[in-house]
Write a protein that binds this ligand. Structure first.
Ligand SMILES: Nc1ncnc2c1ncn2[C@@H]1O[C@H](COP(=O)(O)OP(=O)(O)O)[C@@H](O)[C@H]1O
Ligand SMILES: Cc1ncc(COP(=O)(O)OP(=O)(O)O)c(N)n1
Length: 263
């Protein structure tokens, strides 16, 4: 069985973070492992608290994993502080981790900051250059590229800037566009668009986490990057189209869309 590791924060309401990643990896038939970077007290209406894990304890979790079950892919999500990022970079280098996907989680859709301002630079310096793929959404790409993104042309310019500056492939996610769900891949200097029909479902909590862990699962299984993205987008569309409606705010998706008995 193929294996994948998520290094991310816990979302107490289960829609994003570690919980979304484990659900996604499991539904892809991949064995999921986790190293928790922070606990969040969070529900569909917002984040009410964040408790960072001690960096030495994150190191212990990662050492435990890498000395026993080697992951075929690694997804990195919410990592809020400088020292935590440094620990992750050190361990991934030490064990020659492969198929590293960095989802540069900065702000939750509900508006809460999930990355300290002073940690952006460390993320750029330490993690992006070792990533096979980085998956910013539009607001995150605006920060990484230092430019506003309003049009598809802006998306292309920003992705090229990020990919060239940090030496990694870039999937710029278009879920924040009003009428479309088109994502742009910048890979080895070439641009490809992944067009998606926008599903009319307001419950999109965890779409970014789910996309990156679905891509990681597909890479772990040996699919090319392009096929991994195509399959991951299809997974999101099916999970959104299942129209789960939980909570009073931006609710989670239904990962169990293929399971008919949901009494
Ligand atoms: N309403 C939607 N219908 C279909 N796909 C969507 C929808 N919203 C987001 N997506 C897709 O979900 C993925 C995550 O995108 P996005 O929401 O931009 O990320 P994030 O959650 O990090 O802000 C992308 O592939 C995007 O195109
Ligand atoms: C613990 C934790 N990690 C990441 C997020 C952000 O999730 P994401 O899928 O990028 O987007 P939204 O759920 O905010 O739409 C989170 N909220 N919590």
């Amino acid at each position: 069985m193929k294996t994948a590791l998520t290094i991310a924060g816990s979302d107490s309401c289960g829609g994003a973070g570690i919980q979304a990643d484990i659900k996604t990896m499991t539904m892809h038939g991949v064995y999921a492992m986790s190293a928790v970077t922070a606990l969040t007290a969070q529900n569909t209406t917002g984040v009410s608290g964040i408790m960072e894990v001690d960096p030495a304890f994150l190191e212990k979790q990662l050492e435990s994993i890498f000395t026993d079950i080697f992951p075929d892919a690694v997804k990195i999500g919410m990592v809020s502080g400088v020292e935590l990022i440094q620990v992750i970079a050190m361990i991934l280098k030490k064990y020659h981790a492969k198929n590293i996907i960095v989802d540069p989680v900065m702000v939750a859709t509900s508006g809460s900051k999930l990355l300290a301002d002073q940690a952006v630079e460390t993320l750029e310096k330490e993690l992006l250059p070792m990533a096979y793929l980085v998956t910013p959404n539009i607001p995150e790409a605006e920060i990484l590229a230092g430019m506003p993104i309003r049009t598809q042309e802006d998306m292309e310019k920003a992705a090229e800037y990020i990919g060239t500056k940090f030496g990694c492939n870039v999937l710029l996610k278009g879920g924040h566009q009003l009428n479309e769900a088109n994502d742009l891949l910048w890979k080895d200097g070439k641009i490809s668009w992944f067009y998606g029909e926008r599903i009319n479902n307001p419950n999109t909590h965890g779409t970014g986490c789910t996309l990156s862990s679905a891509i990681a699962s597909n890479l772990a299984k040996g699919y090319s990057l392009e096929i991994s993205i195509e399959k991951a987008k299809n997974y999101i569309s099916l999970a959104l189209a299942a129209m789960l409606d939980l909570g009073q705010g931006n609710g989670p998706m239904n990962h169990a869309f293929s399971i008919t008995d949901q009494k």
